[in-house]
Design a binder for this molecule. Sequence first.
Ligand code: CA
Length: 229
Amino acid sequence: MAKTRVLVVEDEEAIATLLEYNLGKEDFDVIIVSEGEEALLKVEEAQPDIVILDWMLPTISGVEVCRRLRSNPETGNIPVIMLTARSEEADRIRGLEIGADDYLTKPFSPLELIARMRAVLRRIRPALVDSEVIHGDIRIDRSGHRVWRAEREVHLGPTEFRLLDHLIQHPGRVFSREQLLNAVWGSDVFVEVRTVDVHVGRLRKALRKAAEGDPIRTVRSAGYALDTA
Ligand code: CA
């Protein structure tokens, strides 16, 4: 299973370093940025599984970053945990309903943050933490590399399996072909973008063999998405 990728947006170097060390030790793939504009670019480029976002940041505030992430369909369902300096800020976050999934007041312990991250991920994206994932009539056993649809086994090649596994981690989210190439094949592999279409075609065919209906949506000139169940 790929490591869970976490983007930490924090301008206080001491906290950033502390989180980088502790999250890395827990086997997260950690990316650190120190300001808001950079955070938005990095989310697009690195496609993190979860974002840890400081409230007070240079350029644009953490609240604004969160708002922009939520208003973009491609990033709208990435879990966000906000870090705030004072409890009044925490109260304001609660009041503003900016769409953060959780928040922590500084100072906090890295272990507390990790526990909150796991809880948020389990609630929102069980596909990231659990070995068995169910989405609609599709069931994936990740440790055994097996897939069923409507209780009938679906036989997939390794690439189609990784493709489905990636899509199922982000139901409803539209991925461009380039993003799928990065996530499924890796950014250091040279594969033509058209290859993605070929493998999506194979995945669809295999899924349709087991049951009626096509769970994968083609979004014209944008890419592919797994329909929400
Ligand atoms: Ca700050």
